[in-house]
Design a protein around this ligand. Structure first.
Ligand code: HEM
Length: 263
């Protein structure tokens, strides 16, 4: 699980910059050093795959493709539907300087988050479907602690949170300033790639504000209802949305790095 969540995170973070494995580069000024990326972990999974591929088939499989394939395998290993991830990407060296501007934030509303997806050629439906990847993995308290104690500066919790779940999150995140403690994004189901995330949203148990917003906003709630009711629809649509996302910013000429960490 530790590994699978990480692979997804690589994928989404890479993608908003173009799916080019820039995130794997180490050193100052790289994507890895940008604040939203500092909690990304498990880079060794990609390093392991790369060294095995280079040993048997040098210079052929890009780091960007390894990331995309790792995300695909993560879904299936956790019980999600298989999909045919596309390959053929080259590796890039985008700087970390514009990561903050390119990534949507956890406290966004649907209206604020949607353009991050539509500007890249994805739809609002894709956004809701892809957020379904929060069916696995964790968030640090610091990304949602304001909802527990001081929502929008009111000095009170976010009223859209279920009251007993609020109490649970407060006990998991007692530090009102927000710390790095990890909390499951999908209560009681963080290791299964299933539709439980959407049912938890319907029960007002979204961890991040954007999670809860997609269930409460009139423009996206119908989609949440559809996905919560059908794992077949979620499985098929999630795969299609991952393929669409995997086409963003793809480099079709250039370099296949021999070592993913350095250009
Ligand atoms: C509006 C869009 C999104 C926002 C605001 C958002 C925000 C976040 C935040 C704040 C975290 C916790 C990070 C941490 O504590 O370090 C997280 C975790 C995660 N996100 Fe998203 N996310 C979005 C979309 C996506 C998409 C499209 C995917 C993949 C297709 C994705 C996959 C994940 C996964 C797998 C985790 C868990 C990572 C782990 O356990 O280490 N997210 N997301």
């Amino acid at each position: 699980m530790y590994r699978t969540g990480t692979c997804f995170k690589y994928f989404i973070l890479s993608n908003f910059q173009g799916c080019d494995a820039s995130l794997l580069l180490t050193g100052s000024g790289t994507e890895q050093t940008a604040i939203p990326n500092q909690s990304v972990r498990g880079y060794g999974v990609i390093t392991d795959a790369k060294s095995q591929l280079e040993a048997s088939c040098p210079g052929v499989v890009s780091c960007a493709d390894i990331v995309a394939l790792a995300a695909r395998d993560s879904v299936e290993i956790l019980g999600g539907a298989p999909y045919d991830a596309e390959t053929g990407r080259f590796d890039g060296t985008a700087p970390g300087s514009n990561v903050l501007a390119k990534l949507p934030g956890p406290n966004m509303t649907v209206e604020e988050a949607t353009p991050f997806f539509t500007n890249l050629g994805l739809t609002q439906e894709d956004m809701v479907t892809l957020l379904g990847s929060h069916t696995v993995g964790v968030s640090q308290c610091l990304f949602f602690v304001d909802r527990l104690y001081n929502f929008k500066g009111t000095g009170k919790p976010d009223p859209s949170l279920d009251v007993s779940y609020l109490a649970k999150l407060q006990s998991l995140c007692p530090d009102v300033t927000g710390d790095t403690t990890n909390v499951a994004l999908d209560e009681n189901s963080e290791f299964a790639f299933d539709t439980s995330y959407f049912r938890n949203l319907q029960a007002s148990k979204g961890v991040l504000r954007i999670d809860q917003e997609i269930a409460n906003d009139a423009s996206t709630s119908g989609r949440v209802n559809t996905l919560s009711a059908s794992s077949n629809t979620f499985g098929a649509d999630f795969g299609a949305a991952m393929i669409a996302m995997g086409r963003i910013g793809v480099l079709t000429t250039g370099n296949v790095r021999a070592i993913c960490e350095s250009s």
